[in-house]
Design a protein around this ligand. Structure first.
Ligand code: PLP
Length: 370
């Protein structure tokens, strides 16, 4: 079955032949011995339908749906005591990893787009290499197959945060990764109406640990949010296609603007990771970051946008603009921000599925006000 089809049909059979998975709003079940469901914290049919669909989408055996992307990462990082994490990752993930460090875990940050740097760190017996590609917000690209080879050589697992591209554009397990993670709040859900996360793996031992995490910590996704993400998956293929087309148009437009100093976009043929993208991804996604010229009145720019919301997230139908310095990466220290290239003039656009002309008109109107 092709991905476009399995995203729609991938949850398995529902009771009474329901074509859409029923939302099982129940905390508990009787007759557990007959059907295997006893208590929704541990297992719920709606969450299970989503988990099956997620596993199929990413090409893995086991899927797990969590209450947020960070809950998914928390469950994953709890399994691995020694982690090499990408230096360029979502700020909240870094804050989470720093918490693990406070509790005694070994975590080093290294540039996962630099294979020599990762080889060097891999000598210190890591149990997990964790990379985001493209990375948030400057779109650095890591070579997944090359990282997988390093991980195999050093007998550790490789996890890829696939939030920005989704299985429609990039399938890390097929490139040699052991684990895929998502903030399903973003493209998988796609409508800015649920907070969710997921992990997919082929590894039975990791799967056992994740099942235990959901059972013991109660961090599994609620039935209703499971339904919303499952429904989002059905249109993921179409949405990613639209988002890729729109983002390319917006990129071409931003290139013509003198107030825009630098653009960070995985589809830029002049970007460092473009060749690797061509090898491992089927499209460039919808995220474009850009740095504005010094002295611009940002407040005026943002308040002049009429369609594009200044709001913290990405991956939905509605185009959003974010200020990483004060929003998604606010928890980073001044040094971490400076090292990561996250300055005050940087903005991140999540291009949605609206008519691209309307998105561009909105940007044009706001830029004229600066
Ligand atoms: C790449 C990436 N990974 C993980 C997360 C965390 O996900 P959530 O906000 O669903 O907890 C985010 C959130 O923005 C993200 O952008």
């Amino acid at each position: 079955m092709k991905l476009q089809t399995s995203l729609i049909h991938g949850g398995g059979e529902n009771v009474l032949g329901a074509v859409s998975p029923p939302v099982f709003l129940t905390s508990t079940f009787k007759d557990a011995k007959i059907h295997g469901y006893s208590y929704s914290r541990c297992k719920n049919p709606t969450r299970e339908a989503l988990e099956k669909a997620l596993a199929l989408a990413e090409g893995g055996k086991y899927g797990f749906a969590f209450s947020s992307g960070l809950a998914a990462e928390d469950a994953l990082f709890s399994i691995f005591p020694r982690i090499i994490a990408g230096k360029h990752i979502y700020g909240g993930t870094r804050r989470l990893l720093n918490n693990f460090v406070k509790k005694g875990a070994y975590v080093v940050y290294a540039d996962t787009s630099d294979l020599t740097a990762i080889e060097k760190e891999a000598k210190f017996a890591p149990s997990l290499i964790f990379a985001e590609t493209p990375a948030n917000p400057l779109m650095q690209i890591s070579d997944i197959s090359a990282l997988a080879l390093i991980a195999k050589k050093h007998n550790c697992a490789l996890a890829i945060d696939n939030t920005f591209l989704t299985p429609v554009l990039q399938r890390p397990l097929s490139l040699g990764a052991d684990i895929v993670v998502h903030s399903a709040t973003k493209y998988l859900c796609g409508h800015h109406d649920a907070t969710a996360g997921c992990v997919v793996t082929d590894d039975g031992e990791i799967a056992k640990n994740l099942t235990l995490a959901i059972t013991t910590k109660g961090n599994g996704l609620s039935p209703f949010d499971s339904f919303l993400v499952k429904r989002g998956l059905e249109t993921l293929f179409l949405r990613m296609k639209a988002v890729c087309e729109n983002a390319m148009r917006v990129f071409e437009y931003l290139k013509t603007k003198s107030l825009v100093k630098r653009i960070f976009y995985a589809g830029d043929p002049e970007s460092k990771g473009f060749e690797v993208m061509g090898k491992q991804a089927a499209g460039y996604g919808g995220v474009i970051s850009f740095e504005m010229e010094e002295g611009i009145d940002f407040i005026k720019f943002l308040s002049s946008l009429k369609l594009i919301a200044f709001a913290e997230s990405l991956g939905g139908n509605a185009t959003l603009i974010t200020h990483p310095f004060s929003q998604t990466h606010a928890s980073l220290s001044a040094k971490e921000k400076a090292d990561g290239g996250i300055g005050k003039n940087l903005f991140r656009l999540s291009v949605g599925t609206e008519d691209y002309g309307d998105i561009i008109d909105d940007l044009e109107g706001a830029l004229k006000m600066c």
